[in-house]
Write a protein of this length. Structure first.
Length: 423
């Protein structure tokens, strides 16, 4: 299919529009052939999210000698002398070993208009299982970025870091957004938006304008006060069993995760190269006109990596009646080569915000099924939810959700009869 301008896809006058495509426009461009499948089958409607599309693994995975970028060449030409074997992902799936890169052709392919681009991120459950993923397209110079006008297949590099994992055909490990024009908000626009529709909450109160940490996005801090027992999160265990990513809420977490407890002074010391799941201190709320991305953040010291980038769809932590004060986020943290101390409210990750082309017809938390509804722990959907430590005051723990998982709950974790989607 030849590349066309988005005015031919989105309708007359759309060439002047700027923003991320919402679910109703994603469905429109799918129907117009911008996104197709290799075998001509339909894209499942449940894979269309408020501002993104879940991409599906194809039937085969290639075990690679090393990672790569195609540069000026097609992916299949670049990978030819790097393949060390093939795995069949049909039927019962296959095991991907720790720290080994795999390349999996995705079922979806793109025929982008000349002024439409795409960007990919791992799904929340993928990041929280410490499975590193990134999309590769033909003749590309960067991971996860698909150039305007791209015509071709998509491939997913998958590297399990903490656990060997089982995957199968049709499993979704990452998501794709489409956008036109300059979508990212400037710092000035962010501050103005926060005044009109608070983006970060501290308890029940919007973060004061002069307390916002803004630099090409909003910074979030850590919650290292923890629960009654002082538990602040989890650390991945070494030599854990095989993790089956096809299972939901079936896996006992203890063989995979050990709890992390704070030290006096509300701080912890990260062990080099260990993987941690922690919580944000601030709660996030994304209005329907915006989407956000949690960007990977490396301090200039180079000692710490926090968060593998992930999407926040419109409606995350948002309630038009403001009956609750946003939703906190799960953060993925790894120190580099030396032990590294982090403290309560230390700023360790950043949210960048993008404008939507128009508000989605389905917001996160409304009419979209979710494995994370009522979530009060940072572990992913594959694991059974641990019992919370009781609070002697009788109050329920504040709900904690993660990057691309919206939970529209009140501040005490009460369900409001609203459903949200799988993360």
């Amino acid at each position: 299919m030849p590349a066309t301008r988005s005015i031919d896809v989105l309708g007359e006058g759309s060439s002047a529009l700027v923003g991320v495509l919402p679910n109703q426009l994603l469905e429109q461009v799918i129907g117009s052939g911008v996104i197709t499948t290799l075998d001509g089958s339909d894209i499942p409607t449940e894979n269309v999210q408020p501002a993104s599309l879940d991409l599906r693994l194809g039937p085969v995975a290639y075990r690679l000698r090393c990672s790569f970028l195609p540069d000026r060449y097609p992916v299949e030409r670049r990978m030819a002398d790097l393949v060390m074997g093939e795995l069949d992902l049909t039927s019962g799936g296959a095991v991907l070993d720790k720290t080994r890169p795999y390349l999996i052709p995705l079922k979806e392919q793109l025929h982008l208009p000349l002024d439409m681009r795409a960007r990919a991120n791992p799904k929340s459950s993928t990041g929280r299982a410490d499975v590193f993923t990134r999309v590769i397209s033909d003749r590309s110079y960067a991971f996860d970025e698909v150039a305007p006008g791209y015509q071709g297949r998509l491939y997913l590099e998958v590297v399990p870091l903490s656990f060997a994992v089982t995957v199968r055909e049709d499993l979704s490990l990452n998501q794709l957004r489409l956008s036109v024009g300059r979508v990212r908000l400037t710092d000035t626009e962010l501050r103005n938006c926060h005044r009109d529709h608070p983006l970060l909450m501290q308890g029940d109160t919007p973060v004061a304008d002069d307390a916002l940490a803004v630099s090409n996005g909003l910074f979030l801090g850590l919650n290292l006060r923890g629960d009654k027992a002082g538990r602040v999160g989890y650390r991945a265990r070494a030599n854990a069993p095989l993790l089956d990513l096809t299972k939901v809420r079936e896996i006992e977490p203890a063989p995979y995760w050990e709890p992390v407890y704070k030290e006096p002074g509300d701080r912890i010391v990260l062990e080099p190269r260990d993987f941690y799941l922690l919580m944000s201190d601030e709660a996030v709320t994304i209005p329907p006109t915006l989407a956000a991305e949690m960007t990977a953040y490396d301090p200039t010291s180079g000692e710490l990596r926090t968060h593998y980038a992930g999407f926040f769809d419109p409606g995350f932590g948002y309630d038009v009646q403001r009956s609750f004060a946003g939703s906190t986020a799960a953060l993925e943290v790894r120190a580099h080569d030396v032990a590294f101390m982090i403290e309560h409210r230390q700023r360790v990750c950043k949210l960048t915000f993008e404008r939507m082309l128009e508000a989605p017809t389905h917001l996160y938390g409304q009419s979209i099924a979710s494995n994370y509804q009522g979530q009060s722990d940072t572990l992913g959907k594959h694991f059974a939810v641990p019992e919370p430590v009781p609070d002697p005051t009788g109050r329920r723990p504040r709900t904690v959700v993660a990057k691309d998982q919206l939970e529209l709950l009140d501040v005490d974790g009460e369900r409001r009869g609203i459903r949200s989607r799988e993360g």
